[in-house]
Design a binder for this molecule. Structure first.
Ligand code: PEP
Length: 249
């Protein structure tokens, strides 16, 4: 059975003390849910937030990791370091990383492998920009991102992947994909996984939706058979909104 997951991506927001407060509030509010809740904090928050999280089903994640193992890469943070700070998950290939930092498929594939090697679960992001959707290329764009980023993984590794479909035009814009658009893409992704890894692994893989998800629209999105939860940006910075999304299941 695949997991239901709601992951918060704080992005480059909240000073350390503010992040600690936010994590404390979320920790207090998480209880009695079968949803896996993940807080993806900035790197410097990781070890402090780890000390706070003590609820079943509440996990820590990072938002990125280096594409190299260790060494002379000034400013980078390795998967091994992230693991040592207490994280269990790491976001790989967020559209902001792809577009602002030119992270290409090969780089992201290396990050995924280093995450897995260090026992971190990658939350692998994919999604098309508006022009690609208008040109009806969105299906092939997402297919290509997933194939190049993930499809050389053996079955035993793919078992540990979470996918987040995040249409770029919906991220931080207030324009959410319709329930039908989300389900269409999630079903296509699941069928793609079936063709490469078989039905069992595809059925066990959580596919999250991301892009302007809020308490008011989460219920309809999550009601789709192939939408297994959300990757939440803006709304994860407010504990009540974030928990409203968790409870939308
Ligand atoms: C994100 O950054 O992953 C995201 C989905 O952002 P938002 O929820 O703010 O659109």
């Amino acid at each position: 059975m695949r997991k239901k997951i709601v992951a918060g991506n704080w992005k480059m927001n909240r000073k350390l003390q503010e992040g600690i407060e936010l994590a404390r509030t979320v920790n207090e509010k998480v209880s009695g849910t079968d949803v896996t809740v993940i807080l993806c904090t900035p790197f410097i928050h990781l070890s402090e937030v780890k000390k706070i999280l003590n609820r079943d089903g509440l996990f820590l994640g990072a938002q990125n990791c280096a594409s190299e193992e260790s060494g002379a890469y000034t400013g980078e943070v390795s998967a091994e370091m992230i693991k040592s700070a207490g994280a269990s998950y790491v976001i790989v290939g967020h559209s902001e990383r792809r577009s602002y930092y030119n992270e290409d498929d090969l780089t992201l594939n290396k990050k995924v492998k280093l995450a897995l090697k260090n026992d971190l679960i990658p939350i692998f992001c994919c999604g098309e920009v508006l022009e690609e959707r208008k040109a009806k290329k969105h299906l092939s764009v997402v297919k290509n991102q997933i194939e190049k980023g993930l499809f050389d993984l053996p079955d035993r590794d793919f078992n540990r992947i979470v996918i987040a479909y995040e249409p770029v035009w919906a991220i931080g814009t207030g324009v959410v994909a319709t329930s039908g658009q989300a389900q269409e893409m999630h079903k296509i992704i699941r069928d793609l996984l079936v063709s490469r890894y078989g039905k069992e692994i595809a059925d066990d893989t959580s596919i999250l939706y991301g892009g302007s998800c809020k308490p008011s629209n989460a219920r309809e999105l999550f009601a789709n058979p192939d939408v297994d939860g959300g990757l939440i940006g803006g709304a994860s910075l407010n504990a009540d909104d974030f928990m409203g999304i968790v409870h939308a299941f």
